[in-house]
Write a protein that binds this ligand. Structure first.
Ligand SMILES: [Zn+2]
Length: 419
């Protein structure tokens, strides 16, 4: 009775997995360490398959002694870590089995090793990882440390999580409890579209329509989509080459879009922070493509989800509250009279209602999102009147011209901060 009446509020830890490359060729011991780790992991996988044990603890009890006996040279903490990796692989394997996907027994193919935070040391100032191999033998890995890495290394609030060693890089997880979000003094409600975020900004006594435009994202997507189509046609007889080329295309597209999304997110968040705003976004989980004739021409929804992901994690770092709301009917509802339109009234870009309400469709959707948030008492108790939004005034939060360079080639100066 006492324990489950009210859930305790535990604030989620933020985890950032950060990639570091080596400053100099790692010593050969690093390679031996990964090879031993792989052996230990595959040994534990075999034990798991043989005994049918599913829990990580049970697997550890069963496999630890064998692992120590077979690889006596390996530091004891690494055995436990290898068994944990094996348990993860087995879990994944069982899931695939249930889905009818996995046929062959699993096996760790790639060279890697994982160390929990008690099993390695990091010199945060110098960027040197100290990794024990066995008693009396440690490998030191000198890492390339950039401005980006310094954010985590220099801030003691980020504690160390696990380390993953790969032949060409290490991935270190940094963890911390995020700062407590502030109590908002204003609200920024944003409707997410293919080419823009459209919304309203609401402060005590004033309200404005806002927009952040990123038309180039859809253009890039379209261009790469066409290019992939052409590649597949051209290389129809050589599927392997086609796959390689398409993959490369995909990565290029990914980088170019990602760069733009970062800029959009940064601009919006610095505005929100300066106004002490909460940000209202639609909850995109569970939204599928609408069935339409031009389904195959529709661009993927990835950039929109990615933009939300960036806004959310950056907001968490800055202590900006994010409110996610169910977007149902947000594009069909009239915020003035509350009626839901099942057939479309108004023009292509304008929402119109029988009650006389007219508004840009995207802005209208964001007003509905704000109304949902506010009806649940999530919008900081701000009172708002949809009628106060003037259609003609629009504040542009971001547009592509604000980016100082159009391509992320690293050649030109820093992005210009909009006024
Ligand atoms: Zn109406």
């Amino acid at each position: 009775m006492k324990s489950n009446t009210r859930p305790t509020l535990i604030r989620r830890m933020s985890v950032r997995s950060t990639v570091f490359y080596f400053d100099s060729q790692p010593p050969s011991e690093a390679r031996f360490l990964m090879e031993d780790f792989r052996l230990a992991t595959n040994g534990a996988i075999r034990t798991g398959l043989r005994t049918g044990v599913t829990s990580r603890n049970a697997l550890c009890k069963l496999a630890y002694k064998d692992s120590r006996r077979e690889l006596p040279g390996l530091y004891s903490n690494h055995h436990a870590s290898a068994i944990a990796v094996a348990a993860g692989i087995l879990k994944n394997h069982r899931r695939r089995m249930r889905a009818g996907l996995a046929m062959r027994p699993p096996y760790l193919r790639r060279l890697m090793m994982r160390a929990e935070n008690q099993a390695y040391k990091l010199d945060r100032k110098e960027g040197i990882v100290d990794l024990p191999v066995r008693a009396g033998l440690h490998v030191k890995l000198k890492l390339v440390v950039s401005h980006y890495h310094r954010r985590y290394l220099d801030d003691e609030a980020w504690s160390l999580g696990s380390l993953t060693l790969l032949p060409d890089r290490v991935i270190i997880a940094f963890r911390r409890t995020p700062p407590k979000p502030y109590a908002p003094k204003s609200v920024l409600s944003l409707d997410t579209n293919e080419r823009s975020l459209d919304g309203v900004f609401l402060r005590e006594g004033s309200s404005t329509a806002v927009r952040a435009e990123f038309p180039d994202v859809a253009i890039i997507q379209q261009r790469h989509h066409d290019r992939r189509k052409r590649l597949q046609k051209k290389k129809a007889n050589d599927r392997r080459t086609a796959r390689t080329l398409c993959k490369r295309e995909g990565q290029r597209e990914h980088h170019r879009i990602e760069y733009r999304l970062h800029q959009v997110a940064n601009t919006i968040l610095s505005f929100a922070k300066s106004q002490e705003s909460a940000i209202v976004l639609e909850d995109l989980t569970g939204i599928r493509h609408k069935k339409s004739k031009d389904l195959n021409r529709r661009l993927s929804t990835w950039p929109r989800r990615e933009l939300h992901r960036l806004i959310e994690y950056k907001a968490e770092d800055k202590g900006i509250p994010i409110i996610k709301v169910d977007p149902r009917y947000s594009s069909k509802k009239c915020p003035m009279c509350g009626s839901v339109q099942h057939s479309r009234m108004g023009t292509w870009s304008e929402f119109a209602c029988e009650c006389g309400w007219r508004m840009d469709r995207h802005i209208n959707a964001s007003i509905n999102l704000l109304q949902t948030a506010s009806s649940k008492g999530l919008a900081g108790g701000l009172w708002f009147d949809p009628g106060a939004f003037r259609h003609d005034a629009m504040m542009i939060l971001y547009e592509p011209a604000m980016a100082a360079r159009s391509e992320p080639n690293g050649m030109s100066e820093e992005a210009v901060v909009p006024p």
